[in-house]
Write a protein that binds this ligand. Structure first.
Ligand SMILES: *Cc1c(COP(=O)(O)O)cnc(C)c1O
Length: 400
């Protein structure tokens, strides 16, 4: 049965939720959670690759894409890769994560964050989130590590397992920057390098500076559902020329440049971004400013639509940050999976493709035995978050 859309005082939460969505979104349905938008030079750049034959692992669009990312993010170096997961794997690898190390990651993140750790031979160590920005909570992490970790020969060690804790991976959820200042302080005190999972936060700023440029390295994603896309792709950001060179090297089969000889000097990956994908990316980056400003308009419309609701609140950008609002998010004030699922069902029934946040990674079978901090806030967020349709096309047509 489809629930009627209503905003009267007697209306149920489901009815009010649908009414808020209908007040913001176009009447044509279904409306996807996030679809890419190609309104610029995408076709002409991709066609140029095909016309010239430069479709694969080298070409001017790969270089152009990397240089443009450096300009947009203010990062000294950007290294393009074939996916965000590949970027995060290579970033963790060159940051020094070794087999048997533990890596601190939020339990509330996409599975790729944990997979990248395991691809390095590392062990994810889950930590709690913060309600205000949905990222790792610095205060509870500090308290937890006070008991769990100690500094030992310039490294952090887990007292309980004896393993080295060799990185911490803040993830800027749905585009909202994490508390980088608080996390960097812990990182410095305990000598745990930061590697940022900025897959969702291209264009998001923390204290005026681009996310992904605070850590030793950062990773971006250009998957089809991200704020801009290369079809599939990613990039590593770093300020350190040696790390940038090493990242480029191990993502391109570690080949020593030579006119004809095939000499490779370490085990590496073919994580290159093809020129064809980079061409799409170059065109998409041209649209990034207009996509971000229209998403911010869409966020403002959602904010108003949920402003007076006693049971739902719109998730706003953290103070001091500028979010790209990649995915707009509303949250149950009293999180409850049953209620959340009723809202998800009601909205999907009428063609609003709203989605929950991820299941906490510690609940997935392959990570069930990984070490974990207590996760009270992450559990609450996982039970309360509902992501709202946020495609750039909706945003473009929703100018306030
Ligand atoms: C999308 C995403 C990734 C991985 O990116 P892919 O390009 O899909 O490999 C990693 N972490 C987070 C948080 C993401 O949202």
């Amino acid at each position: 049965m489809t629930i009627p859309i209503s905003s009267t005082p007697e209306a149920t939460l489901e009815q009010r939720f649908l009414h808020a969505l209908a007040s913001v979104l176009p009447a044509t349905r279904p409306i996807a959670l996030h679809e890419p938008l190609f309104r610029g030079n995408e076709w002409s750049y991709v066609k140029e690759c095909i016309d010239t034959g430069w479709v694969s692992s080298v070409g001017k669009f790969v270089d152009g894409f990397e240089r443009r990312l450096e300009e947009i993010t203010g990062s000294r170096f950007a290294v393009a890769t074939c996916s965000g997961t590949a970027a995060l794997h290579a970033a963790l690898k060159v940051s020094g994560v070794e087999p048997g190390d533990e890596v601190l990651i939020p339990a509330l993140t996409f599975v790729a964050t944990a997979n990248a750790v395991v691809h390095c031979g590392g062990i994810p160590h889950f930590v709690d989130s913060e309600e205000s920005n949905l990222g790792i909570c610095a205060a509870s992490l500090r308290e937890y590590l006070h008991f769990v970790a100690e500094r030992n020969n310039g490294f952090a060690r887990n007292r309980q397992t004896g393993r080295r804790i060799s990185a911490m991976v803040p993830m800027h959820a749905f585009g909202h920057p994490s508390d980088l200042e608080g996390l960097l302080r812990i990182s410095n005190e305990l000598s745990i390098p930061l590697v940022e999972d900025a897959a969702e936060s291209l264009g998001s700023l923390y204290t005026g500076k681009h996310t992904g440029t605070f850590g030793k390295l950062g990773a971006l994603s250009f998957n089809g559902n991200k704020i801009v896309t290369t079809g599939g792709g990613g990039a590593i950001l770093t300020q350190d020329p040696l790390l940038a060179r090493h990242a480029k090297h191990i993502t391109t089969t570690a080949k020593i440049p030579h006119c004809w000889e095939f000499v490779h000097d370490e085990i590496a990956w073919n994580y290159r971004l093809p020129n064809l994908n980079a061409a799409l990316g170059c065109a998409q980056l041209e649209s990034l400013p207009s996509i971000i400003s229209s998403k911010r308009n869409l966020a403002e419309r959602y904010r108003k639509a949920f402003a007076d609701d006693p049971d739902l609140r719109f998730v706003e950008e953290p103070t001091g940050s500028r979010s790209n609002y990649w995915l707009c998010t509303t949250m149950l004030r009293n999180p409850d999976v049953g209620l959340r699922n009723r809202l998800l069902a009601a909205a999907n029934d009428v063609g609003f493709m709203v989605r929950p946040a991820w299941n906490l990674l510690c609940t997935l079978p392959m990570f069930a035995s990984c070490p974990s901090a207590p996760l009270p806030v992450a559990r609450m967020l996982a039970d309360g978050i509902i992501n709202l349709p946020s495609s750039p096309a909706i945003a473009m047509n929703a100018v306030v």
